[in-house]
Ligand binder design. Structure first.
Ligand SMILES: *Cc1c(COP(=O)(O)O)cnc(C)c1O
Length: 439
């Protein structure tokens, strides 16, 4: 199970990663700044590889959780594929040098332009799979592929109607969600494709996928979803004999610990997958894809910030820091919990005082933590680390309040590298017209 301080430790009195002090990073870049540990990304990836050893599989990292090019390059060099959800993420994958046969394209609203780009990816070889979420989408992909004289590899996304028991915004596997298709819909599409090969010359169905939600803290809903998926495979083959399924995509969603929650271990997750999709018991061994995001990136980064003021009140204090909801949106968006600690170890010790940790943005929602028992010695000028910020951190950041987005730093092999520069004020207005009004 991945925990906030697995890869960030106190060394010589200061929070560090891979032996590098975060104070040194902040001195070089200023604050706020995202700081990642390379080892923290690679460890879960390697554990997944070990857990699925001997099974034909591919780990497709969910790019939307952390899409920095250096991170994508590092993961691709370790053999990872990518789960993308937009043309922009496809562009990033290309810049990171990810081969097309390792890319799956998810999402409910792919546009003709995005579909064409994915079909032409990797010098025209295309991508491994379009994970299709509706019949109209299938028709569109078919039409775009025919126009380009190509054939699109397709997986149908199954919505197994299981309750992932996670935050409603990140639950995707219920009937009422916009994601995927139910069993009847999938069987009817499979039959339709089977019966009309000449119409569907632009596509070939090779897989079925599920993804029931994010930050799952129990394997039970995954077990339900995987079991229903396995049953569906047999039904598809009976209903649509011309469809030769070669892979299943089991999605992502495995949760991590942000605040002491118990999350399933990678070992148990892999054991569940092996049990349900045991290649020895299958008629034909299927390749297994998984699409973890948060599991790999979540506890691999922190957001470093400096305390601007301690505003003392009788009931509690406010620590006003230089990071804000535009830099890390999760607390404001989902009410999610991130542990916050002082970078200097001794500031976390001794008397505690209740405090709200807030940013400078003009919204009450700009709050990283309420009623935290934090060291009373933390004061203006001190560095704090907002932990578990590697997933859905920088990627969800914005320029709200015209705040330039923070830089990103990767610690690797005992040193650090700025892998994305801090934005400038000029970046803020790029593309805006400053000239005279026309007409
Ligand atoms: C977001 C997403 C993922 C990754 O989810 P995590 O909770 O970060 O593992 C995987 N697959 C699909 C289709 C997604 O939309």
């Amino acid at each position: 199970m991945s925990k906030p301080l697995d890869h960030f430790h106190f060394k010589d009195g200061f929070l560090s990663a891979e032996g590098v002090s975060l104070v040194e990073v902040a001195d070089a870049t200023g604050t706020p700044v995202y700081v990642y540990s390379a080892q923290a990304f690679l460890e879960p990836l390697r554990k997944l590889g070990a857990g699925l050893r001997g099974v034909d599989h591919r780990v497709c990292f969910a790019v939307k959780s952390n899409s920095n090019l250096s991170i994508l390059r590092m993961l691709a060099a370790e053999g990872a594929g990518m789960d993308i959800v937009s043309g922009g993420e496809l562009f990033r994958a290309e810049r990171a040098g990810v081969p097309g046969d390792r890319i799956v394209f998810s999402g409910v609203g792919k546009t003709p332009g995005e579909i064409a780009a994915a079909l032409s990816y990797d010098e025209g070889r295309g991508i491994f799979s379009f994970n299709v979420e509706s019949l109209p989408e299938l028709e569109l992909i078919n039409a775009v592929a025919l126009e380009l004289g190509k054939s699109a590899r397709i997986a149908l996304r199954f919505n197994p109607d299981v309750n992932a028991k996670t935050h409603p915004y990140i639950s995707t596997g219920l009937k009422k969600n916009k994601f995927g298709m139910d069993r009847r819909e999938i069987l009817s599409i499979a039959a339709q494709v089977d019966e009309n090969p000449s119409h569907y010359r632009g596509i070939s169905i090779h897989g079925v996928g599920v993804h029931i939600g994010s930050q799952l803290l129990s394997l039970a809903p995954l077990q339900d979803a995987f079991t229903r998926l396995r049953e569906l495979l047999g039904e598809i083959e009976r209903k649509a004999p011309s469809i030769q399924l070669e892979f299943v995509d089991l999605g992502g969603g495995l949760g991590i610990s942000y605040a002491g929650e118990k999350a399933p271990s990678i070992e148990k997750y892999c054991a569940l997958i092996r049990k349900i999709f045991d290649p020895k018991k299958a008629k034909r061994p299927l390749k297994l894809l998984i699409e973890p995001g948060r599991l790999i990136s979540g506890n691999s980064g922190v957001l470093l910030s400096e305390v601007l003021f301690r505003k003392s009140r009788p009931a509690k204090d406010f620590l006003i820091i230089d990071a804000a909801m535009n830099d890390l949106a999760r607390p404001a968006l989902y009410g999610s919990h991130h542990e916050i600690i002082a970078v200097e170890k001794k500031k976390n010790q001794g008397t505690k005082k209740k405090a709200d940790v807030v940013g400078p943005v003009c919204e009450t929602g700009d709050c990283f933590g309420e009623n935290r028992g934090l060291g009373a010695k933390i004061e203006a000028g001190d560095l704090v680390a907002i932990l578990s910020s590697g997933a859905y951190g920088f990627t969800m950041s914005s320029n709200y309040n015209s705040r330039p987005r923070p830089p990103e730093v990767l610690i690797q092999n005992g040193s650090f590298e700025i892998i994305r520069e801090r934005e400038s004020y000029d970046d803020l207005i790029r593309g805006e017209t400053t000239g005279k009004m026309k007409g």
